[in-house]
Design a protein around this ligand. Structure first.
Ligand code: XIL
Length: 459
């Protein structure tokens, strides 16, 4: 089924934003400038990445190419839901952690793929629906994004939620059936869990201006206008033997909404046009100043999920193909990302959800405000704590929850109690705040928390 899909020459565009705090990407001239994909991309302020199966990291021929040519990685399978939460509430990060360590040791950034996808759901989640699934899904996003917090450049928060064909609408899935707001709920939870990661929507068959890409475009525009936290769109770009003539124009129209774009899973069917298509995709990214990087879905042809398509840049012996040269030349010929970050359109709404009350001016003590993301039977509360003019060495925020509401999960704070009056104390790294400084924590609960107001006390 996947293969059939690929043959349709999907176009996908991925968008990501800046490097996560604490991550490094070599942007300066290096000895290899112009001669490897990673150095040439870095010279232009971009990354060049590969999907990695962590089991192959112990294969020397594979890792030699990976480390020489790529400065970004994404887990081919190891960060998906079935891998990271094989049983409900039991998390497994072995493969993901291994990839992150490899990246950190080799100057690579990491794309996170994918927090929510209708495929590769663990069996227990496939059997869930309604508010139980909504709750499990938000918990998954929160736990996984928290585990990798500070280590991920960009997360594919939601993968492949739109339908193929002419409808431009959502794809049916158990996630979609929890309510149309499941995507924005996921993005809000991801932002709270890892505020430094760029948050992307990722899909395929979006390789030009078509009904599906326009459906996604409309969602991104709506999210930006309502302050749903989205930073980037990923275009998978599993391509066939031709490329839509408006591939670049499509990237550009997303960039013009004020999000970054990225090519996230590039592979191209072999044939006379393969090198040309690789070159054209790379040029399109270079010509869009908010296109921050390109990832190929594997390293050598034999590593590819596309079987006999020979869809990648290196042959099975690790030799560079004509497609490699086309990409390298396009990287070297392309413009650099302007030093001044592109200015968002003036109509850009504030990033915070519009329901956010205005932040209280700094006062002695502290102030707290809450933004609720609610669904039938549950909610996630994102809480901002602002230190008063004296700063804080610790803080404590209290809520009185309506009857029937109960806290099930808390992050970046320690909860006392779960029903009625619940108090949240700082954890060791976020208690000390300078005057006016803001920190955030969150909690998830069952029932309804609508109308709650926090009170903040500082020590
Ligand atoms: C693929 C992997 O490459 C395979 O190993 C796995 O069996 C199935 O998933 N779109 C995506 C990727 O977002 O996660 C998919 O990866 C390829 C299609």
């Amino acid at each position: 089924m996947k293969h059939r899909r690929v043959l349709r020459a999907a176009v996908t565009v991925a968008v990501t934003g800046a490097l996560a705090a604490g991550m490094t990407m070599a942007l300066t001239t290096s000895a290899n400038a112009g001669t490897t994909l990673r150095a040439s991309a870095a010279e232009k302020g971009r990354y060049f990445g590969a999907a990695v199966a962590t089991g192959k990291l112990s294969t020397g021929a594979y890792t030699t190419i990976l480390n020489r040519e790529f400065n970004s990685v994404v887990a081919e399978n190891e960060m998906k839901w079935d891998a990271t939460e094989p049983q409900q509430g039991r998390f497994s990060y072995t493969g993901g952690d291994r990839l992150v360590s490899h990246a950190q040791a080799n100057g690579m950034s990491v794309r996170g793929h994918a927090l929510l996808w209708y495929q590769q759901e663990p069996g227990w989640a496939q059997n869930m629906s309604g508010s139980a699934l909504r709750s499990a899904m938000i918990n998954h996003v929160t736990q996984v994004a928290t585990h990798f917090r500070g280590k991920i450049y960009a997360w594919d928060v939601v993968n492949e939620a739109f339908a193929d064909g002419g409808s431009g609408g959502r794809r049916d899935s158990n996630l979609q059936r929890t309510g149309n707001d499941w995507i924005e709920a996921a993005f809000r939870a991801a932002r709270v869990a890892d505020p430094g990661a760029k948050l992307c929507y990722n899909d395929y068959n979006t390789d030009g201006i078509n009904a599906k890409s326009t459906g996604i475009y409309n969602m991104v525009r709506d999210f930006k206008s309502r302050g749903v936290p989205i930073d980037c769109v990923g275009f998978q770009s599993h391509l066939g033997t031709s490329l839509a003539s408006d591939y670049q124009a499509n990237l550009q129209r997303f960039a013009d909404l004020g999000v970054d774009v990225q090519i996230t899973e590039l592979d191209v069917m072999t044939g006379g046009n393969q090198a040309n298509i690789y070159g054209a995709v790379t040029r399109a990214c270079m010509n869009v100043s908010r296109c921050t990087g390109i990832t190929t879905w594997g390293v050598r042809d034999c590593d590819s999920w596309r079987g006999s398509d020979n869809a990648l840049l290196f042959d099975c012996n690790g030799n560079k193909k004509a497609a490699y040269t086309a990409v390298l030349n396009a990287l070297n010929a392309g413009p650099a990302i302007p030093t001044d970050p592109p200015t968002d359109p003036p109509t850009d709404p504030p990033t915070d959800p519009p329901t956010d009350p205005p932040t209280d001016p700094p006062t002695v003590g502290c102030a707290a405000s809450v933004s609720l993301n609610s669904w039938t039977g549950g909610f996630v509360a994102s809480v901002k704590v602002t230190a008063g003019s004296a700063g804080t060495s610790g803080w404590n925020v209290g809520f009185t929850l309506p009857s029937g509401a109960s806290v099930t999960n808390t992050w970046s704070a320690t909860a006392s109690g779960s029903t009625g009056t619940v108090r949240f104390a700082n954890v060791n790294y976020n208690g000390r705040l300078g005057a006016g400084q803001v920190t955030e924590f969150g909690f998830q609960g069952t029932g309804s928390a609508s109308g709650v107001t926090p009170t903040c006390t500082a020590s």
